[in-house]
Design a protein around this ligand. Structure first.
Ligand code: GDP
Length: 431
């Protein structure tokens, strides 16, 4: 029996959706533990494309239970919409395969409005939020004014809470942002309806996970975003509002650290970043353009073009430390096919210093220059390869260099978007 956490090692969009979907075959249960519907996982199964923002990608497998932990912030409209769309595609979603933590915080309409008002005012200093109300929802959670899933089942309690919360928020909307604000009654009506729809799914995720583990079941913890977007350890303030590192799999779902036996890190064979913030290996040239085009690097939530650059092993190695990674999984390797030379950042030069780990202060990271090692590229189409030994020699050389720099094995290599376009050298559920 083993439980595994899968974490993005870069700035998100590493292809976690595909990997989680693939690894779910050996899991009984898949849990999300942080973030909200700012995450977007794109899955291609038997030629059909699914984009999931909130429901764990394991939902596409029959007989698996998907859980949304207490650490996630939930927009009920998005959740219900996602459930409906899956049903339309013939994927059954019911309380038997989806559990929503009663203690997850709810994204309210005023959270979304606040996000947009603030971002609009910031102009040039914007941090690139997706405007989904995630940050303001986490703020209310921390300031103890939040609405949790179970509040949607308690009419009187919800109305009272909204009256109190909106008094202050409406002052801000009306006096500071010159916006209309929100009526507590209107918001309550709508969210009580969402509550009715979601009530059958609501449960205690921590206890449900304990039951799964006690019966010898295996759990896959599905990280969203990436390590360098972590609110503490990422490139603050260009980060997300939750903790994205493996440690939060425990807090965000209600299990003890001893329950997580292995942490696998996902890294794209190059680097991307959405929105603002430092990005030492960014390519502002034809090669960057080519990677964006070949890799389809446009946000699955916002459609925004992603910034693209070379693989940065300083970023990945820092993630190894922050998450206690036991292994690495490399995705989108096929995107690099046809490039004559590949560069990998092996260290940073920061003034007179040489760094092998990302500096925590943003100013210091902005001043860093990557030190590159170069590798010869390959021309051969690798999309059909399923056996490591059949990869071109230069592809193996690139992967072996990555493995050596990371100091952990590369156990999975993804060579295309499809579930089957994968070289699996060992399964993380095998201990
Ligand atoms: P996530 O949020 O980490 O799941 O990443 P995204 O879903 O935003 O990005 C992954 C995108 O790349 C999706 O469109 C996937 O279908 C696609 N993808 C995943 N793995 C591979 C791969 O190995 N090669 C190629 N070409 N595309 C891939």
């Amino acid at each position: 029996m083993a439980n595994v956490a899968v974490i993005g090692t870069q700035w998100g969009d590493e292809g976690k959706g595909k990997v989680v979907d693939l690894l779910t075959d050996r899991a009984d249960c898949v849990v999300r533990f942080q973030g909200g519907n700012n995450a977007g996982h794109t899955l291609v199964v038997e030629g059909r494309k699914f984009i999931l923002h909130l429901i764990p990608s394991g939902i596409l497998h029959q007989g698996k239970v998907c859980m949304i932990g207490n650490g996630v912030v939930v927009d009920p409209e998005v959740l219900v919409g996602e459930m409906d769309r899956l049903e339309e595609h013939g994927v059954a979603v019911g309380p038997g395969n989806l559990v929503l933590s009663r203690y997850a915080h709810v994204i309210m309409p005023y959270h979304k409005a606040l996000d947009l008002c603030r971002e609009a005012r910031k102009g040039k200093t914007k941090i690139g939020t997706t405007g989904r109300g995630i940050g303001p929802c986490y703020e209310d959670k921390a300031s103890r004014g939040g609405v949790r899933v179970h509040d949607l089942f308690d009419e009187r309690g919800l109305r009272e809470k909204l009256e109190a919360v909106l008094e202050e928020k409406n002052f801000l909307f009306r006096r500071f942002f010159q916006e209309k604000g929100f009526e507590a009654d209107e918001v309550a009506e709508k969210y009580l309806q969402h509550g009715e729809r979601l009530k059958p799914y609501a449960g205690d995720v921590s206890r449900r996970l304990q039951d799964v583990c006690d019966k010898g079941g295996q759990v896959l913890f599905e990280g969203a975003q990436g390590t360098h977007l972590d609110i503490d350890h990422g490139t603050y303030p260009y980060v997300t509002s939750s903790s994205t590192v493996a440690g939060n799999a425990c807090c965000g779902s209600g299990v003890g650290p001893g329950r997580i036996h292995k942490v696998a890190g996902i890294a794209k064979a190059y680097t991307t970043r959405v929105g603002e913030g430092p990005f030492p290996t960014e390519l502002d040239d034809e090669t960057g353009e080519r990677i964006r085009r070949e890799g389809g690097e446009f946000g699955s939530t916002t459609g925004r073009p992603r910034r693209c650059g070379w693989l940065d092993m300083v970023v990945v190695s820092t993630s190894k430390r922050l998450n206690g990674l036991a292994e690495l999984m490399i995705t989108k390797l096929d995107v690099l096919t046809g490039l004559e030379t590949l560069k990998v950042a092996v260290a940073y030069e920061c003034g007179p210093e040489r760094l092998d780990s990302t500096p925590p202060e943003i100013g210091a990271l902005e001043a860093c220059r990557p030190v590159y090692e170069e590798f010869p590229g390959w021309e051969e189409d690798i999309g059909g390869v399923r056996d490591y030994s059949r990869l071109p020699a230069n592809t193996r050389r690139y992967l072996e260099a990555v493995e050596e720099m990371a100091g952990i094995p590369v156990t999975l290599i993804s060579v295309g978007p499809g579930r089957e376009e994968t070289i699996l050298r060992s399964h993380p559920f095998d201990s």
